[in-house]
Design a protein. Structure first.
Length: 254
């Protein structure tokens, strides 16, 4: 552990608000999604066409907010906080402490905004070290601007500098979750193809020769579904491993 001197101040992170915002956004996304699913299932008496556009307009942004807020809440855990010491900064998350002396700070970039106060988007700060590790905090951190002011005071040469670009930073945040979503999608497709083959086999084995609704799959169809199962199964395995590796890095380095 680095010797950072006496504790100067403690700045807890309000992850409870992130949980509330994330769960609320899930509810906002779930209601139109449920109504849309009901309309599609009962399309024989409900015209779901116009509802499709409205459903996406509400559901997609709400899901983005839900995933963003809940992922940050999970990553931070309970009791997340920043501590200012005489000779450096400490970030505590899930009981794990990461610390940097003022000399190790490479860049400090702050942003101000007139909107998004409830989400903590009115203020943001990215702190990067010479080793490339980064830490970010925003308005949901108690007295966040005081942390930034202390960093700028002790590390004036770091003001305005950062490792990488904002686009790369956003991509690094999204990629682990895209890999996880892709893994779930590929597993679902694999499951559907296997279930389709087994269901068709069961129906054809129990049907009479005159039952035209239960015809066995052709060789080409069976071959195509088998290839789909193989490629989606391999893809889901690769995506799952990739998601686990990326998420571990995401939790550790952010």
């Amino acid at each position: 552990m680095l010797s950072l001197g006496e504790l100067v101040s403690v700045h807890p992170v309000n992850n409870a608000r992130r949980w509330g915002l994330g769960i609320g956004a899930l509810f906002v996304a779930g209601v139109p999604a449920g109504l849309l699913a009901f309309a599609i299932i009962n399309a024989w008496f409900v015209d779901f066409g116009p509802l499709l556009g409205y459903g996406f307009v509400i559901t997609v942004p709400a899901l983005v907010v839900a995933v963003t807020q809940l992922s940050k809440a999970i990553r931070g855990g309970f009791g997340e906080r920043y501590q200012i010491h005489q000779r450096g900064l400490v970030h505590v998350r899930w009981g794990i402490r990461r610390s940097w002396t003022w000399e190790q700070v490479y860049g400090v970039v702050t942003t101000e905004s007139e909107w998004g106060h409830r989400f903590g988007r009115d203020f943001g700060c990215v702190v990067s070290s010479h080793g490339g590790a980064r830490v970010r905090f925003n308005g949901l951190t108690h007295n966040a601007r005081a942390i930034a002011d202390r960093l700028k005071k002790h590390c004036p040469e770091a003001v305005g500098r950062e490792h990488g670009s904002r686009v790369g930073e956003i991509f690094e945040d999204i990629l682990p979750w895209l890999a996880a979503i892709l893994a779930v999608a590929l597993v679902s497709v694999t499951w559907w193809a296997v279930d389709y083959i087994l269901t068709n086999e069961e129906q054809t084995s129990q049907s009479s020769p005159d039952d035209w609704e239960a015809e066995p799959l052709s060789d080409s169809a069976l071959g195509g579904l088998t290839a789909l199962i193989f490629f989606c199964g391999m893809g889901s395995l690769f995506s799952t491993v990739t998601a686990i590796v990326l998420l571990r890095s995401w939790f550790r380095d952010r």
